[in-house]
Design a protein around this ligand. Structure first.
Ligand code: ZN
Length: 128
């Protein structure tokens, strides 16, 4: 019974976070940064209190440092870098915080495809 209740509460929390973040995006687009920040703050607080992960959909849209909703191309810079390892760099133009997101999954997929092609060509050679 307790677990059931907990699940239900978490579901409500996720719904509330989603609503708050949608509002934060709307306000950010309108230029109401203070209100947008407030929504982000509330959404993060719910996640913390309920001990749930911040939804993936929104995770990269906020600056963890200053709590600003990030509008890519407006108050956040997004760059794809491939030096050393492929990654995306998101810079918050509000406070200058930098977030690096490695693209390991993409890399693994590429490696797997390469391997598959290699195996295929080998098979062909064997047939010959
Ligand atoms: Zn920031």
């Amino acid at each position: 019974m307790k677990r059931y209740l907990e699940r239900k509460l978490k579901k409500i929390a996720y719904e509330r976070i989603d609503i708050l973040m949608s509002l934060a995006e709307e306000e950010a687009k309108k230029g109401n940064w203070e209100r947008s920040k407030r929504y982000v703050y509330l959404a993060r607080r719910i996640a913390m209190k309920m001990r749930i992960r911040f939804p993936k959909k929104w995770k990269r849209r906020i600056c963890k440092k200053c709590g600003t909703f990030l509008l890519y191309g407006k108050n956040a810079r997004v760059r794809v870098k491939s030096k050393r390892y492929p990654h995306v760099v998101i810079t918050c133009l509000e406070c200058g915080a930098i977030y690096r997101i490695p693209m390991i999954r993409e890399k693994k997929e590429k490696r797997r495809k390469k391997l598959e092609e290699k195996l295929k060509s080998k098979k062909k050679e064997n047939i010959k």
